[in-house]
Design a protein around this ligand. Sequence first.
Ligand SMILES: [Zn+2]
Length: 84
Amino acid sequence: MRGRKKIIDVRGCFWHGHKGCKFGRLPKSHIAFWKEKIERNRKRDADNLRHLQKAGWRVFIVWQCDLKNLGLLKTRLYEFIETT
Ligand SMILES: [Zn+2]
């Protein structure tokens, strides 16, 4: 939403390493490989978020697991979009 300077960032729990989420757990094999890969994604997400916020953007992050509760997500999204 360029006019409002708002961004909705949709993230997959596994690939973006959603902490404390059952979908964000690492596989049992090749742990070092996955750990490094996912940590790199998390760092990139954090850097991107910092840059966007510095530039005055408001960012709403939707995790894959948020889609399990569409009612709540709809309410939160509506608030994000409507509030200035
Ligand atoms: Zn999640």
